[in-house]
Design a protein around this ligand. Structure first.
Ligand SMILES: [Zn+2]
Length: 81
């Protein structure tokens, strides 16, 4: 997926608990990883290589591990798998 499209999705997605970490990154930053969180059954299927949708995605700074945003927006969840 192109970077432009990624940025466009992030712009229109519903991201809550937004903040800026101590190194100055927000959820749009390239230094921020998106970590999917699954239900118990979701993890089960992921272990077996089955693609499932996470229930939410946390935006975590790769440098300081601060959570700078949380999203349950299907626009993010669906394109992340
Ligand atoms: Zn940081």
């Amino acid at each position: 997926m192109s970077e432009t499209r990624e940025t466009e999705i992030l712009k229109i997605a519903d991201v809550r608990a937004q903040k800026t970490c101590s190194c100055g990154h927000n959820y749009m930053s390239h230094m921020v990883s998106q970590i999917g969180q699954y239900t118990g059954w979701g993890w089960f299927w992921v272990l077996f290589g089955v693609t499932t949708e996470p229930v939410r995605v946390k935006f975590v700074c790769r440098r300081c591990s601060t959570v700078v945003g949380i999203s349950e927006d299907p626009k993010i969840l669906r394109r992340d798998v």
